[in-house]
Ligand binder design. Sequence first.
Ligand code: BES
Ligand code: ZN
Ligand code: ZN
Length: 496
Amino acid sequence: MEIRAELAKAERHPCELLLLFSFESPERPEGVLSRVDEAWKGVISALMKQGDFKGESDECRLLHTQGALPARRILLAGLGKKEDFDLEKWRGAASKAGQFIRDCGLKTFSFAIERMERFSDEELAESFVTGLLLGTYQYTEYKTVGRDKIKEIMEMVLLVEQAERLKLVQDRVKMGTVISDAVCMARDLVNGPSNSITPAALVEKARRMANVYSMGIQVLEVSEADTLGMGAFVAVAKGSQEPGKFIVLEHNRDRGFDTLVLVGKGITFDSGGISIKPSDGMERMKDDMSGAAAVLGTLEAAAQLQLPLHLIGIIPATENLPSGKAYKPGDILKTLSGQTVEVISTDAEGRLILSDGLTYGLRYKPKAVIDLATLTGACVVALGDYVMGLFGNDEALVKRIEEASAKTGEKVWRMPLWDEYFDYIKSDVADFKNVGTRAGGAIIGAIFLSKFVEKTPWVHLDIAGPASITKDRPYIPKGGTGAGVRLLVQLLRDWK
Ligand code: BES
Ligand code: ZN
Ligand code: ZN
């Protein structure tokens, strides 16, 4: 969808459809709505008085103007109660209206932005674009039957009334577009099946990004990772015929900016390995590279927005499969950090590949390390799929993440990392085990990771719940969600 902002007045603007919003049961139409109503001789206020449009949230009424206005159609969309209004509601409303317009088969529409309640027009513009692009996302790559029936909006024109606001609004429209496109790119990777989204496919994606945005890239083959001493990553990778890859992408090298490391779990399919998972629902495990997708999406947005930060994206990518060459319960692995791990379950593979990813990241002496991983089913048991588990060893960094979460609506919930939990992974034969008890499983996974970040400020986001969902949400269609991209880009935008 092409989105642009232009200087125009809604009531004088010719278009296929003009979208107008209203809060629930207003005394009378307000703002742009009232001016269009006036130009249309009170048709809208009459309709509202009659109770044919109440402004309830998700309500949509399509009207034909029959030549009475330059706009051929008006879509009245409800925002619900004024006192409940916030940017999250707004993104949902933009999404709902977008889906309605798309399903009508229209290819273009216009919408006049104005300030509402406590929000400026430019921040509303960014959130509108976000809700619209994310809510109308569709994954159609493998649909071959009825392709001609797939509906898609091609263009949206945002109308701005005051010339002095245009540039501001345009900048935020660009911001919203870049970030939403990055989220959709991550969703495509998560929705893609594991026979297509292999470690090599992630490399290809990373290489393309490196070319387009002049990023540094380094891809270690499993043999090279072995030579370096990444015994944990190599153990997981060696069970699969599909070659594992250890990807390092670098934005803004040697420019004196703060260095931040992002590590994403890139298990392109998690069968559990020798500790094989039950077959019921195993297809979902194609999403076990959602952390990697979030890192790629974040770097893409950061590069497009030219964020003044030195960013390192680290993606250990491999399948986790059983085979004659696979690692086994009881094996003892030597990690890149030098610490040894006794394998209890080959299904706790994420923490193994991440441990080497984290240790590798410390080479850059970062100001902070953040990892994202579909790490534990236990986190889904604890928190459900609306929210990410947030773990961290540094209060300031945790606070930054919580602030980014509040701004974006990507929910996080702080979980503890007390030393006592380490008792669960003490091993008789190695430095620690890769599994503790089922109880407290998400925390135990995080405690394991904490052993690989030394004193560096670090946050671990367990995205096992929100990475992909089975029911549509206001602006997140079911399937891969691109969880983490908006959160991290917000963190980077606000980094000082
Ligand atoms: N990829 C899974 C975690 C997962 C489970 C993500 C369900 C999304 C939905 C991870 O590799 C795994 O299998 N973890 C085990 C850990 C256990 C063996 C300690 C789990 O959660 O059961
Ligand atoms: Zn697993
Ligand atoms: Zn996994």
